[in-house]
Ligand binder design. Structure first.
Ligand code: FMN
Length: 188
């Protein structure tokens, strides 16, 4: 309970939209998850039968030392075997003006890389031009996680570029806007 002189953190109770159990209504569950905004990346790799690339928002940083990141792939995805076998992959963090790239790599086009400018990075994995960051990774482990696999990669090389990232929230693309009131928390 708050004492009189203490100041409440936050703005009180927001009005409830939905609640439930995830397996009862997966669309409603996804709407709840959509309240957590993410960036958008295209993960690319080169393997025996060519190049693969797919749009994801499951990318997250994990560890600074060693430098580890993760992302997850649906087991039923067409490129799952390619990403499981490729030793390297690249995380291309998309810029706000790359919505078409995101939509392109979300579809199962056979010739995905004919429509974008790119160059080969580590292990031949495509570095997509115009992205705001490139993370060239060596795959270090694959974890089974329900209907997805979690791929963990060690970042061997990175580059980041001027520009605002594309974000994704509640099923829609968006852009970040800085709130000038307070700097973000610096963990101690
Ligand atoms: C914004 C956005 C984020 C996505 N995130 C993921 C993801 O994290 N993991 C995943 O497996 N699919 C994700 N998808 C769906 C894949 O991009 C899509 O299923 C794609 O067709 C898979 O390619 P493939 O089947 O040719 O391998 C996302 C799609 C969009 C538009």
């Amino acid at each position: 309970m708050l004492m009189e002189e203490q100041v409440a953190v936050g703005q009180g109770q927001a009005s409830l939209l939905e609640r439930g159990r995830p397996l009862d209504d997966s669309r409603a569950f996804r709407r709840c998850l959509g309240q957590y905004p993410t960036g958008v990346a295209v993960i690319t790799a080169s393997h025996d039968s060519g190049l693969v690339g797919m749009t994801v928002n499951s990318f997250a940083s994990v560890s600074l030392d060693p430098p580890l990141i993760l992302w997850s792939i649906r087991r039923e995805s067409r490129s799952v075997e390619a990403f499981q076998s490729a030793e390297h992959f690249v995380v291309n963090v998309l810029a706000h003006d790359q919505i078409e790239v995101s939509n392109w790599f979300c579809k199962g086009h056979p010739e995905k890389f004919e429509q974008v400018a790119w160059e080969a990075g580590l292990g031949g994995a495509p570095l997509i031009h115009g992205a705001v960051a490139h993370l060239e990774c060596q795959r270090v482990s694959i974890q089974e996680a329900g209907d997805h696999l979690i791929l963990i990669g060690e970042v061997k090389q990175y580059a980041h570029f001027d520009g605002k990232p594309l974000t994704f929230s509640n099923g829609e693309y968006a852009m970040t806007q800085v709130l000038p009131r307070e700097p973000a928390c610096q963990p101690n």
